[in-house]
Design a protein around this ligand. Sequence first.
Ligand SMILES: [Zn+2]
Length: 275
Amino acid sequence: MWIDTHCHLDAPEFAPDRDAVREQARTAGVGLCVLPAVQRRDWPLVQALALQQGDAYALGIHPLYVPQADVQDLQVLDDALSAARDDPRLVAVGEIGLDFFVPALCEPDMRERQWHFYTAQLRLARQHGLPVILHVRRSADLLLKGLRQAGVCGGIAHAFNGSAQQAQAFIDLGFALGFGGAMTFERATALRELARSLPLDALVLETDAPDIPPQWLYRTADARANGQQQGRNTPAELPRIAQVLAELRGIDLALLAEATSRNARRVLPKLERLA
Ligand SMILES: [Zn+2]
């Protein structure tokens, strides 16, 4: 059985056929999806979807949604985490982090605002005894600094694409690294080398659906201008993404399924009771 540790089933892209998308993934062998939320408005939906479909969820404010978030949302998050304390499906605080790729988020006041939301949510994670699901984009070192200060209990560095040293620093803090569609591109040589060489017990799999389409769904801007449609990334792509990782590492697909599912349960301990 596969676990998709990062899937935005609540995204509007899936509104027309969410149940069918989830069912298709189940048929493909994806037994469990972790649904991280990106903004306060979506928290009730990820909770409802997880319950309805037998999945897990996380609550948090994503760095790309920090500009429109309200500082009050942090208090609401604290309350929501308290209310869901006995909910076995709430497995983490996320998706939280820092994004220094998007130019508007790199302005000094926005860097500071991101840091405020990130560190406040780390404190909430620690208070509520939950791991975190991290968005890492040109921000690994500062994220690590925040983790060391807050003393968070592990989690997942999602869509990891940093150096081997940064990967090791996350591993040392009890994190697994999320690998997905980006690794399926042949030109992603550095990322593929990481996927091949990191210890197997540090890896978890994810689709980040509907974002980060794997190579077989991706269409270039030119192709799209010529009317070719980008394929929609869904959690059903996970086994094929896993196949790429198994080939990179030269290991058996069944062994990879077992290892990555075990890793997911280790870093998100509440998954144990669901899967
Ligand atoms: Zn995400």
